[in-house]
Design a binder for this molecule. Sequence first.
Ligand code: ZN
Length: 268
Amino acid sequence: MKSFWLLLFLIVSGLTQDNSSVNVYRIETETGIEIYAKNSNLYPVTLNYMVEYENLTPSRELPLVQVLQPNTDQKLMEFEFSNLAAGWEYSSRYRYYMGDVNVRHNDSFAYRLPFPIGEEFLLTQGFNGSFSHQGELPHALDFAMPEGTPIYAARNGKVVMLEGSNSKGGPTAEFMEYANFITVMHDDGTFADYSHLKFRGVNVELGQNVRMGQLIGYSGATGFATGPHLHFVVKKAKRGGGFVSIPVRFATRRGIMELQAGESYIGY
Ligand SMILES: [Zn+2]
């Protein structure tokens, strides 16, 4: 029986090691087993760890929900052998998602419009836009702009994800996977996505710190897009997986405000 569980564990951890940047693994000691979790992403992840066991005493309550900070390899917990003579069983499953579920957005922050100062662009879709801003991330903004318009960071942060190699775009959801984008993590643990950038329109590197107002890329129409525009959204991890979007405010010539679809805004 022991070997069956051992095999199962190896299969589970083997599968997740292949395509995963998060790995939970164990080390057996004389008195029990120690469980470690490694997160090799640039961003924190929230881990859900579930175990079935016999003749082991866990050091923490299960199932476990644990935030793993970026680039860390930490001990999660341990199991003590409670009856070594009778053998023991252990089988774990886990899943994780991007971001720390416990963060709070700094609602007093005024974002910078992410395009050149003095240039004017129409907001074609605002919060809860009926074309594509329903569902999971309703607080997204679409600024119509010609391909190749310089895009500037709306807030300080670290580049944690990016894609710049796509060249396809189109008006239906099947093009979604071809979007070029930059994801910046802010100091409050929220993320900003800058999407539909042009082919090779990413001007930053993974792990790079960017300052508000810094050039980060160039607009385009890659992915699910009817034409060239910038899709911008601020989001944070949602309990259980995925994201929630956040209704943010921008500094504009008319003061700090939520932006409205159908209005034009001048870079400020
Ligand atoms: Zn959009």
